[in-house]
Design a protein around this ligand. Structure first.
Ligand code: NDP
Length: 311
């Protein structure tokens, strides 16, 4: 087992983690960033990002994140394409472990973000990767000239629907209410896109398909207006109903709220000294790349103060 000492460990490499890494490296803390299972985070599975300042034209999510990680490395942060499976916050200095390495550290910034939520239907898991997806950017290509449904009414659902129109011949957005939650500019684009139609006040209650080869054929829908049931033929279903924070590692170790988000005081302080949180792992309100980056900056500045105070 390798042992690595570092003043500061940053968990996660999305906008929050990378920004924390850039600030901490520039203040001479020689931080380590552990990139996690999805280096670059959620933006690596989006396409055009047009609301991150500094880019005259839209920038691709994966490119933006690759640049952020490189920027962190260029200013002196070491990055590890690894995951942590165990964390000990009872003894100081803190330790974080996986199968190969024990990291020993004075301070931790948790920027592990959030992951897509699923509907919890019987056949959802079975058809995942065979017509059921939570990432249009990853899978839209497989639905050329096909008919697909998108579930949800937020920004993600509308962005997924718009992206899918580049490939699919028909996109049906199914929402449980009769109004979208998505930003007006996205709504306008969706309403004016001829390939997109809307099924309001409706929920998916089952996913139906072939066993061999595994293929989605239709979805069973229930109307929330009159409780009527119907069957909609589709080749694919994209679930875009929000996210859940990636905090399993911290259960019973740090205070979490009832939805599993890390509880913080003064923006970035968790209930353990020297352990800070940044981005979607604690922020269920804004959840933007730019706000996550802001939290990353705050967490790094507070970590620096904390480490200084230990001297
Ligand atoms: P949201 O939480 O904003 O939206 C989730 C949607 O799914 C809601 O419309 C909700 O319905 C619906 N929903 C939730 N649970 C269920 C369920 N069990 N069955 C059916 N429908 C369900 O999540 P998003 O992922 O869309 O967005 C998350 C955050 O990320 C937001 O703050 C968003 O602004 C941001 N974002 C920003 C982007 C950008 O700026 N370009 C791109 C993508 C996301 P209801 O409305 O009834 O609650």
């Amino acid at each position: 087992m390798k042992k690595i000492n570092s003043k500061l460990i940053i968990l996660g490499s999305g906008p929050a983690g990378c920004t924390a890494a850039i600030y901490a490296a520039r203040s001479g803390l020689n931080p380590i960033m552990i990139n996690g299972s999805q280096p670059g985070g959620q933006l690596t599975i989006t396409t055009d990002v047009e609301n991150y300042p500094g880019f005259e034209d839209p920038v691709l999510g994966p490119d933006l994140m690759q640049n952020m990680i490189k920027q962190a490395e260029n200013v002196g942060c070491q990055t590890y394409n690894e995951q942590i499976s165990e964390i000990n916050l009872e003894q100081y200095p803190y330790t974080l472990k996986n199968n190969n390495t024990t990291f020993i550290t004075e301070s931790i910034i948790i920027a592990t973000g959030a992951s897509a939520k699923w509907l919890g239907l019987k056949n959802e898991e079975k058809f995942r990767g065979h017509g059921v997806s939570a990432c249009a950017t990853c899978d839209a290509f497989f639905f050329k000239n096909k008919k697909v449904a998108v579930i949800g009414g937020g920004n993600t659902a509308v962005e997924e629907a718009l992206f899918l129109t580049k490939f699919a011949k028909e996109v049906i957005l199914i929402h449980r209410r009769d109004q979208l939650r998505a930003e007006k500019i996205l709504q306008k684009r969706a309403f004016s896109n001829k390939k997109i139609s809307f099924l309001w006040n409706s929920v998916v209650v089952d996913i139906n398909g072939n066993e061999n080869p595994k293929l989605v054929k239709s979805i069973s829908i229930k109307s929330l207006k009159d409780n009527s049931s119907s069957l909609l033929d589709v080749d694919g279903i994209f679930v875009a109903i929000g996210h859940k924070p990636n905090t399993d590692l911290f259960i019973n170790k740090l205070e979490l709220d009832n939805e599993g988000y890390l509880k913080v005081n003064n923006q970035v302080f968790t209930n353990k000294k020297g352990v800070f949180a940044a981005g979607d792992v604690h922020d269920k309100n804004f959840r933007q790349a730019v706000t996550a980056a802001g939290f990353g900056c705050m967490a790094a500045l507070e970590a620096e103060k904390f480490i200084e105070s230990k001297k």
